[in-house]
Design a protein around this ligand. Structure first.
Ligand SMILES: *[C@@H]1O[C@H](CO)[C@@H](O)[C@H](O)[C@H]1NC(C)=O
Ligand SMILES: *[C@@H]1O[C@H](CO)[C@@H](O)[C@H](O)[C@H]1NC(C)=O
Length: 394
């Protein structure tokens, strides 16, 4: 058995959190065991967790909901906001486990969802969503539920997620939707490389989000960035297996908010399908992507290290013979190095109606089988500084 929790590490972080709390406010602790939770992995502890949340939420103090070591069986839970408590810390030393039967969570969109909360931190712990039985269903049947996101925050502010392990989600592991000021650090995500739709972290309609020092192994995008994302900072993230870091898919809808001011730095991609990708459907849309800096990336055997694909049209449904309305502008690739597992390491396939503009390649060095890789361009304008290889087509 793998030991999923690292108490010493989380204790240090816990101390840091206590120190970080405004020292003038009181801090009240709620232990889930006192609400009837059982750390045996067998007794349904859903009600106990929700009661602990209700108590913490109603307190006028800053609060800690403490989850001691052990395994807690939990069904789908919504932690609703409107709390009196200015700060609620979930300190988890144990593992939260989903029901063995995938159908129990499968019919919900989320397993653990926080809605309309302000000042919530999740510190430590492991979430085991028991996804493999649903993945197996999807591999052999067509009438499986789509599955639940493991952890989601919606319409929330001032959120911190630290030192969390998310294992084998049914769908996305973490979703940040309509949020502001979110700090994700030291999160590990693990799912099989061939698991369907198990995206790592998805951000949309949110601003001021940091994703730092994370390791993400999944069967889908490592981090996906949806419409309406603004001021996103990604740093020291390792991806793979999986589909890489992706802005998109965009142009899903005609009326769509843009993506702006995204920084992705110090990333490592190991055997992923893509490295740094921007992707939009070939469909009309009001959306845009503007002001993205991809800097210092190491690629190891990545199929498409640098790719802009504005002709995304899976199964050729609802998009053939259309062009993407998404305007892509001011995208910098700097210090991108390593190996491509296919000959074309840089591919800019932009919209004929809205060519990509302001694309900059600076110090890029990608090889394929120890030979220079190739690049491919359509409908793209930009400039190149110190490109080593492949030779630019800009
Ligand atoms: C871009 O986002 C970063 C945080 O990711 C922020 O520090 C910076 O001020 C933003 N820049 C603009 C022009 O808004
Ligand atoms: C480019 O990468 C190749 C292979 O990793 C390496 O041998 C070469 O020295 C690099 N060139 C520069 C200028 O960094």
């Amino acid at each position: 058995m793998m030991n999923l929790t690292r108490p010493s590490h989380s204790s240090i972080l816990f101390l840091f959190f206590i120190l970080a709390i405004n020292s003038t406010s009181a801090l009240t602790k709620y232990n889930v065991l006192n609400f009837g939770a059982k750390p045996n992995g067998k007794t349904d502890s859903t009600k106990a967790f929700l009661m602990a949340w209700k108590a913490a939420c109603a307190s006028a103090d800053s609060t800690i909901i403490y989850v001691p070591k052990g395994r807690y069986l939990l069904g789908s839970m919504a932690f609703q906001g409107g709390c009196k408590s200015p700060q609620i810390i979930f300190r988890i030393d144990g593992t939260l486990v989903a029901p063995q039967d995938y159908r129990v969570l499968g019919k919900s969109t989320d397993w653990l969802s926080f809605e309309g909360v302000n000042g919530v931190s999740i510190l430590g712990g492991a979430l085991d969503a028991k996804g493999p039985s649903l993945w197996a269903c999807k591999a052999s049947h067509s009438n499986c539920p789509s599955g639940a996101t493991t952890l989601s925050f919606t319409n929330s502010k001032n959120i911190r997620i630290r030192s969390l392990l998310s294992l084998n989600s049914q769908m996305f592991h973490v979703v940040i939707n309509r949020c502001e000021n979110v700090d994700v650090q030291g999160v590990r995500i693990i799912a099989a490389g061939n698991s369907p739709n198990t995206g790592g972290i998805h951000v949309q309609l949110s601003k001021n989000v940091n994703i730092i020092k994370c390791s993400i192994k999944t069967g889908d995008d490592c981090i996906s960035i949806g419409p309406g994302t603004k001021n996103l900072w990604i740093e020291q993230v390792t991806c793979g297996p999986g589909h890489g870091i992706s802005i998109g898919s965009l142009a899903k809808d005609l009326k769509e908010e843009g993506v702006q001011n995204v920084t992705v730095r110090n990333t490592i991609f190991l055997g992923t399908q893509n490295g740094l990708r921007i992707k939009s459907w070939a469909r009309p849309s009001t959306g845009f992507v503007q002001g993205v800096r991809f800097t210092d990336s190491l690629m190891r055997n990545v199929q498409n290290p640098i790719v802009i694909d504005q002709n995304y049209c899976p199964h050729n449904l609802n998009c053939p013979n259309q062009v993407s309305g998404i305007k892509i502008k001011d995208i910098i690739y700097e210090g991108i190095r390593g190996t491509s597992s296919t000959q074309v390491a840089i591919k800019f396939d932009c919209s004929p109606k809205n060519p990509c503009t302001g694309i900059k390649l600076h110090n890029v060095n990608l090889s394929y089988l120890n030979k220079p890789a190739q690049s491919s361009c359509s409908n793209v304008r930009g400039k190149v500084l110190n490109l080593v290889r492949p030779e630019s087509c800009l």
